[in-house]
Design a protein around this ligand. Structure first.
Ligand SMILES: Cc1ncc(COP(=O)(O)O)c(C=O)c1O
Length: 429
């Protein structure tokens, strides 16, 4: 093993972080149950030293300014340590470790305020969305409504149901200026054939926070299935799923939660599980009763998981959640929001910059999408990345031709200011 990698793994397993300096958890790491790194206590009079300690746990290259958590979130060292260690343990005996998934599922459910029987660990948000689209009992001509800004991971599963089952897709353009009007736009599309309403909790192209709890209440009154694509919300803002009035919710583990690649969560409300058929089943999703020979689906959301899984990744996701609990979901949300507000304020002062993310605090969170009237978005993206190592995300959806900046716990006010300065320089005159 090369020495750098060996050193990194040793630090990660001890919870020291890439730059060292942090103590391991009080019980100490044990090979069978790696523990989260212990962060220093948060001191409101010197918050930046706390956030520097957080940043030190991310093996991001020191000169990389990573502002694309909305695309893919880096995992902190304790998560990588769990993945490496559990992989090693399982490979040493060539075991799949399936029996270890239940504890991880419980941890993830607790984080989302859900019951463990309501949560399935899936591979990504797309898979969760697709299970809902494919599993609901819909007939040709039944209608689904979602926003025109939906990510392909949210919209394609429905377009496929359009092809396969004749489900009719209707879209509304999200209103970035008036939260309540988004519900009015959904209501305007609703007919006697509407069966499902789906929205992104936070839209991917411009980071609009949609009023999910109000939409959910409205759907419940009408007996419509309400699904939330939460790929951009879990880990960015606190998400207590029962409060969102949804029937189902899907999210990625590998974005704001900082979990390993190819992890995701599907939540299905206990009372609704029997209405959502699992489109794919296999071992663990069902069983055959020995006495009667009856084929029975697994209880609760377990029925949406099947076959051999990567237990190391699933346990890594649980560790990511524990890491976020250690910082605190409210503190994470406040940090992301304040950094995004800082970027926004800096950009707003620049000539020729148009900000597409809503200004109203109830409509925005930790993402800012903007464009320049002077420089094409792809050129600006390239210069920021190649010349200064700012990794943003080009937004081509709906021909917006803009750039999206995501701010998370490992970002700093200083690099936000540097980003604004670089945009100023590259869009000058
Ligand atoms: C709103 C939304 N839904 C779904 C996805 C797809 O996520 P995943 O790659 O985890 O399936 C994304 C990814 O950016 C997203 O922003």
């Amino acid at each position: 093993m090369n020495p750098d990698r060996r050193d990194f793994l040793r630090h990660a397993l001890l919870g020291l972080g890439a730059a060292g300096g942090l103590r391991a958890g009080s019980a100490g790491p044990s090979p069978s149950s790696p523990t989260s790194a212990t962060l220093p206590p948060f001191d409101a009079s010197a918050p930046e030293s706390y956030w520097s300690a957080v940043r030190a746990l991310y093996p991001l290259e020191p000169d990389l300014h990573y502002f694309n958590t909305g695309g893919l979130g880096p995992a902190p060292a304790p998560v990588l340590a769990v993945v490496a260690e559990v992989t090693r343990q399982l490979q040493a005996k060539s075991e799949h470790g399936h029996e270890r998934l239940a504890a991880a599922r419980r941890t993830v459910a607790r984080f989302l305020g859900a019951d463990e029987t309501e949560v399935a660990i899936v591979r990504n948000a797309t898979e969760g969305n697709a299970i809902v689209a494919a599993g609901l009992p819909l007939a040709a001509g039944d209608e689904v409504i979602f926003e025109s800004h939906a990510h392909p991971g949210g919209s394609f599963p429905w377009f496929q149901q359009g092809r396969q089952r004749g489900v009719k897709v209707k879209t509304f353009v999200p209103n970035p200026a008036d939260a309540a009007d988004n519900l009015a736009r959904i209501a305007a599309l609703c007919t006697g054939r509407t069966r499902v309403v789906q929205v992104s909790h936070i839209t991917a192209p411009t980071g609009i926070v949609l009023p999910v709890a109000a939409i959910g209440r409205w759907c419940r009154e009408r007996g419509l299935w309400f699904h939330i694509d939460g790929a951009q919300s879990a880990g960015m803002i606190p998400c207590t799923l029962p409060d969102l009035n949804c029937d189902s919710y899907a999210t990625s583990g590998h974005k704001w939660l900082g979990g390993p690649l190819e992890t995701g969560v599907l939540f299905v409300r206990r009372e609704r599980v029997e209405q959502l058929a699992p489109p794919l089943v296999g071992a663990h999703a069902a069983e055959i009763d020995e006495a009667s020979g009856e084929f029975r689906l697994a209880p609760g959301a377990l029925r949406y998981e099947y076959g051999t899984r990567n237990a190391a990744a699933v346990l890594g996701l649980a560790e990511a959640v524990r890491f976020q609990e250690q910082i605190g979901p409210a503190r994470i949300a406040a940090r992301g929001r304040s950094l995004a507000a800082r970027v926004r304020a800096g950009l707003a002062d620049l000539p020729g910059i148009e900000i597409l993310t809503p200004a109203a605090p109830e409509l925005n969170a930790a993402m800012v999408t903007f464009r320049s009237t002077r420089v094409a978005h792809d050129r600006l993206f390239e210069r920021l990345f190649k010349e200064r190592r700012f990794r943003c995300r080009p937004v081509t959806e709906e021909k917006l031709n803009a750039l999206r900046v995501s701010t998370h716990v490992f970002n700093s006010p200083a690099e936000c200011d540097q980003l604004v300065a670089a945009v100023a320089e590259f869009t000058r005159g």
